[in-house]
Design a protein around this ligand. Structure first.
Ligand code: HEC
Ligand code: HEC
Length: 220
């Protein structure tokens, strides 16, 4: 019974994800599939990005996201969002990354996105098994009764995401994931198409955020 309920719940949110994907499809089509030359990204990677994201994109510092294996369309979108476009303020506010993208061309951003997409993500392990267990229930079934959707519906059951609009989450630092969920909840991060993530995070409390972030860190 419980299981059937969970299944129905997941199906409902899958349907929602399909509709949400249709909503952003226009946006993605306009953007096109990212093509870039990873070799041309090497100089920037080696001289700039390496300091915080590591040469292979598997950041070892919890506040800095891992970029390895991320869909290039998502990475490209984030780099664009960190930079003010056509006189409009940046869609994603971060002082550090604003400085990093200031001098990058769209060509550089495409090359970097393709470079990191081609790096192999290193799996991580969750540190707190009990917390991760609570997080698994949220990731796979949402928070029933609070209308929090299953993360799996949009980010895939294994956390690999769904190109092009739903990013890979698996193996990400729990600290970074927690920070992003809180930023979506407060509206400090507001670059999610159709407010998809602000809608999700708005209904989550700190405990639920901590649990799902811990589960995601060990997801592979
Ligand atoms: C001084 C440290 C630092 C350097 C150098 C740096 N970054 Fe970052 N980067 C960060 C931090 C911190 C964040 C998280 C920002 C936030 O909280 O929104 C981030 C976020 C990102 C993201 C968003 C990832 C996601 O999952 O949404 C991308 C993409 C990125 N950086 C790419 C780069 C690239 C490419 C370079 C080199 C040109 C670079 N960064 C250099 C610290 C750095
Ligand atoms: C309806 C689809 C949908 C659902 C359900 C969903 N997400 Fe997302 N999520 C997105 C989209 C779209 C983005 C990309 C936003 C952007 O373009 O910056 C995203 C981005 C994120 C990010 C930022 C990743 C990064 O590297 O910065 C995190 C963390 C995240 N989601 C966690 C979750 C968690 C945890 C859940 C479940 C509680 C969840 N999401 C449920 C659509 C969804």
């Amino acid at each position: 019974m419980e299981h059937r309920h969970l299944n129905r719940h997941l199906k409902f949110w899958r349907l929602w994800a399909v509709m949400a994907a249709a909503l952003v499809a226009q946006n993605v089509l306009a953007q096109g599939v990212i093509k870039g030359d990873p070799a041309k990204a090497r100089q920037l990677v080696d001289q700039v990005c390496v300091a915080c994201h590591a040469v292979d994109g598997n950041s070892t510092i919890p506040a800095n996201p891992s970029l390895a294996g991320q869909h290039p369309e998502y990475t490209y979108k984030q780099l664009m969002n960190f930079k003010p476009q056509a006189g409009k303020p940046a869609e994603r506010n971060n002082g550090v990354m604003a400085g990093m993208v200031a001098t990058l061309s769209t060509e550089d951003m495409k090359n970097l996105a393709v470079y990191y997409a081609g790096q192999k993500p290193k799996p991580r392990a969750a540190r707190d098994a009990a917390l991760a267990k609570q997080g698994e229930a949220i990731y796979r079934g949402g928070v029933i009764g609070k209308n929090v959707p299953a993360c799996a519906a949009c980010h895939a059951p294994n956390g690999a995401g769904m190109p092009a609009q739903f990013p890979r989450l698996a193996g990400q630092h729990a600290e970074y994931t927690t920070a992003q969920l809180k930023a979506f909840r407060s509206g400090q991060r507001a670059n999610d198409t159709a407010q998809m993530m602000r809608g999700v995070a708005a209904k989550m409390n700190d405990q639920e955020i901590a649990a799902v972030s811990e589960y995601i860190a060990g997801l592979r």
